[in-house]
Ligand binder design. Structure first.
Ligand SMILES: *[C@@H]1O[C@H](CO)[C@@H](O)[C@H](O)[C@H]1NC(C)=O
Ligand SMILES: *[C@@H]1O[C@H](CO)[C@@H](O)[C@H](O)[C@H]1NC(C)=O
Length: 467
């Protein structure tokens, strides 16, 4: 089940419905030519340009969603089973559970390896660095022919990481039964590998069985095809819900990194949001796949491995596509409940208001401009007047002082000049205006004088009365 870009693009525009496996298209990795430093504008096909758009959306999404991973309390004792001591997976799983960085969420002080033969396992599974990593102090062995420990062996075990090889459904059923029967077991992470042959129906059955039987513990089931030896974090991967698989989860001959699958399943043990998940993981070597972009963006953004795994298992590329789709939707506008008549009336009213406001603004602007012109002329008139008078007699003041003193008169002259230029007034009328103005000034100063006289009289009266 691989999601390739052309199809993913249609999921963006059409719907987020899951699609059946597309034909493999190992299209170009033109995205990476960007760093080559030559003119690339016309190097891309339309499809590639679209891919870049998706990539930038994915980046944006990743930056937005960097979510806090809620951690499940796991207890002090973990048991691992189903790992062949001869296979590298046996030491890998111990490393992941005893990892220095993982100590925050793997608080185990006891790690039990359940194996057919403890002596052989000790030799194979205790590496040279087991002493200084502290593994030696924690590691215990329990023996049993199958990967299912007895109830006594499971006593005190809080968490269980189990590997079911060969996609074996019957074994999966027994694991669930044992966990259900063990009172202390609260968290189980199950890795089913070698599941290349399973189909959608088998997955649905498995999931149904686990869901119905697991009542006393939390679980995550991760299903992968045959293992390969690629180290973890080398290749992008995708995770889908088993319920979203169309027909078959894996292509013929498809493989998955052993180490990556162990990383995913052990981190899932601690991830709260991975509880109850039954997922399928595929490798996505194609860097232009959405999975490739997602994983790359997370790694560039500095996601820790548990954050990355959490994101992929909880949300997957499906969640990513959904969010990208939601992000590109225009915001909903409130519903308009007005009748067409009301709407038209409101619009007409608004338009009328706009017109009035515009007219008013124009009018104000005109008045303002006229006033500025008047003031310019007034200033020129005052300057000429200052010059004229200074020719006649020495003036005991500076020009600006003079202008300030006669400014009211200057404004009148500016306005008259303006109106004369506009053809709005003739010289006799101008004379009449000046006369009126002088009259007004006289009235004003008379009033001022009267007021002053009155004030002085009152002052004197008070003065006299005080004797
Ligand atoms: C991811 O999944 C979790 C759990 O299903 C959900 O709470 C969260 O909102 C999802 N986040 C994104 C970004 O889709
Ligand atoms: C699994 O399904 C849930 C619910 O539909 C969805 O939110 C989530 O993104 C899916 N997870 C993956 C890994 O596709």
């Amino acid at each position: 089940m691989k999601l390739h870009l052309p199809l993913l693009l249609s999921t963006i525009t059409l719907s987020a419905a899951f699609l059946s496996p597309p034909p493999p298209t190992h299209s170009t990795t033109a995205l990476y030519q960007r760093s080559l430093g030559f003119e690339t504008r016309n190097l891309y096909t339309r499809e590639e340009t679209e891919q870049m758009k998706v990539q930038s959306k994915v980046r944006h999404y990743i930056r937005k969603i960097r979510s806090k991973i809620a951690i499940t309390p796991l207890g002090k004792k973990v048991l691992v089973s189903g790992f062949e001591p001869e296979d590298p997976s046996a030491t890998m799983v111990l490393d992941f559970l005893n990892n220095e960085e993982a100590k925050l969420y793997f608080p185990f002080d006891s790690i039990v390896a359940h194996v057919p033969d403890g002596k052989i396992a000790k030799k194979r599974m205790i590496g040279r660095n087991a002493r200084y990593t502290g593994l030696l102090d924690k590691l215990e062995f329990s023996e049993g022919e199958t990967l299912i420990p007895t109830m006594e062996q499971l006593a005190g075990v809080n968490s269980w990481v189990v590997h079911v090889a060969g996609g074996d459904m019957d074994v999966l059923g027994k694991v669930v039964e044992a966990a259900e029967g063990a009172v202390d077991v609260k968290n189980v992470a199950i890795l089913v590998s070698g599941a290349g042959g399973v189909d959608q129906k088998a997955l649905a059955e498995m999931e149904g069985m686990v869901k119905s039987k697991a009542t006393s513990f939390d679980y995550t089931v991760v299903v992968v095809p045959e293992w390969n030896d690629v180290p973890e974090a080398q290749c992008a991967y995708g995770v889908v819900n088993a319920t979203d698989v169309a027909e078959v989860p894996f292509a013929a001959g498809e493989t998955f990194s052993r180490e990556e699958s162990l990383r995913i399943v052990t981190e899932c043990l601690a991830i709260n949001g991975a509880k109850g998940k039954f997922v399928v993981a595929n490798a996505f070597p194609d860097k232009t796949s959405v999975e490739g972009m997602l994983i790359q963006s997370m790694r560039e953004t500095g996601f820790s491995r548990i954050e990355e795994v959490g994101m992929m298992v909880m949300n997957g590329s499906k969640g990513c596509m959904q969010l990208i789709e939601d992000m590109s939707k225009p915001r909903a506008t409130p519903v308009d409940t007005r009748t067409p008549e009301e709407k038209a009336a409101e619009e007409a009213k608004a338009e009328q208001l706009r017109k009035e406001r515009r007219a008013q603004m124009l009018e104000e602007q005109k008045v303002q401009e006229r006033q500025e012109k008047i003031e310019t002329r007034a200033r020129k008139w005052a300057e000429r007047e200052f010059y004229r008078r200074s020719l006649r007699s020495r003036l005991e003041m500076r020009q600006d002082e003079f202008i300030q003193m006669i400014w009211d008169r200057a404004l009148l002259e500016g306005e008259l000049e303006m109106r004369y230029d506009d053809g709005d007034i003739d010289p006799p009328e101008m004379e009449e205006k000046r006369r009126q103005w002088k009259e007004q000034q006289r009235e004003k100063s008379k009033a001022t004088l009267a007021a002053n006289v009155q004030r002085i009289q009152e002052m004197m009266k008070k003065e006299i009365e005080s004797y």
